[in-house]
Design a protein around this ligand. Structure first.
Ligand SMILES: Cc1ncc(C[n+]2csc(CCOP(=O)(O)OP(=O)(O)O)c2C)c(N)n1
Length: 200
C-alpha cells in the first residue's frame, strides 16, 4: 500500500466514524506514512508485528486485505485488531502487547528459528512506562530477535509526554539501532475518534 492509499483508508474510516457507522473507538494515523512505509520495507511475511490501539497502517502494510481490516473496524474492533493468519497482534492496553512480543522473540530464539523477526510498535508515552523499559532491557541483554518502533506524536491522549516527565529528551529519543527505531510525526487527528463525535 502506498501513502495515498493509507491516507484514504483513514479518511474513509474517519467519515464512517463521524457518520455513526462505527460504534466503538477508532485511533487514526496521519503524518507518519513515509516513515512507516519505509520501515515496513524490512518486514517480511513470516515476521510478527505487535501493535497498540493505533494499528490500521500496520495491518494494511502487513498485507491484511483492505476490506478485511475495514470489516473488523466496522465490527468495533479497531482498538485491538488481531489477524493471526497475517501474524499481526494488537492490544488496547498501554504496554499490553510488549511482553507478548518479547515472549514471542524469546520463543523464536529458544527454538532456534532463524530469519524471523518480531516488530513491536508503541507510542512515546508507552515507551516511558516501566513495562517498556523492562521489555527493552531484557530484549537487548538476551539479544532477542526483536525490534521496537517508538512513534512520537508528543501526546498521551491530551497530555504532553515531555512535560509529564520533565524531560527535554525522552529515554529512547534519537535511537536508531539494532533494537530501536524512534521517529516523530504530527497527526491532524485527535487521540481517538475523528473530530466530530465523542472523543478523548
Ligand atoms: C493500562 C492502560 N492505562 C491507560 C490507558 C488509556 N490510554 C490509552 S492510550 C493512552 C496514551 C498512550 O500514549 P502513547 O503511548 O504516546 O500512544 P499514542 O496514542 O499517542 O499513539 C492511554 C493513557 C490504557 N489504554 N491502558
Amino acid at each position: 500500500m502506498n501513502k495515498v492509499e493509507l491516507v484514504s483508508f483513514e479518511e474513509e474510516i474517519a467519515d464512517l466514524f463521524n457518520k455513526g457507522k462505527i460504534r466503538a473507538p477508532v485511533h487514526l494515523y496521519q503524518g507518519n506514512e513515509n516513515k512507516i512505509i519505509e520501515f515496513f520495507k524490512r518486514v517480511k511475511k513470516n515476521d510478527w508485528v505487535f501493535c497498540s490501539w493505533r494499528s490500521h497502517y500496520q495491518c494494511l502494510l502487513k498485507g491484511v486485505p483492505r476490506e478485511e481490516v475495514k470489516n473488523e473496524i466496522l465490527s468495533g474492533r479497531s482498538i485491538s485488531l488481531c489477524f493471526p493468519k497475517y501474524k499481526i497482534y494488537s492490544s488496547a492496553l498501554v504496554g499490553g502487547s510488549l511482553p507478548i512480543a518479547v515472549g514471542t522473540a524469546l520463543s523464536l530464539k529458544l527454538r532456534k528459528e532463524k530469519g524471523i523477526m518480531v516488530y513491536c510498535f508503541m507510542g512515546e508515552m508507552t515507551s516511558e512506562t516501566g513495562i517498556a523499559h523492562e521489555c527493552i532491557k531484557y530484549s537487548i541483554s538476551h539479544d532477542l530477535p526483536i525490534h521496537f518502533i517508538i512513534e512520537d506524536n508528543e501526546k498521551s491522549v491530551c497530555t504532553d509526554t515531555r512535560s509529564t516527565w520533565k524531560l527535554k529528551k525522552l529515554s529512547y529519543e534519537g535511537k536508531n539501532d539494532k533494537f530501536i527505531t524512534f521517529y516523530s510525526y504530527k497527526s491532524k487527528w485527535p487521540h481517538a475518534g475523528a473530530g466530530k463525535r465523542i472523543q478523548f
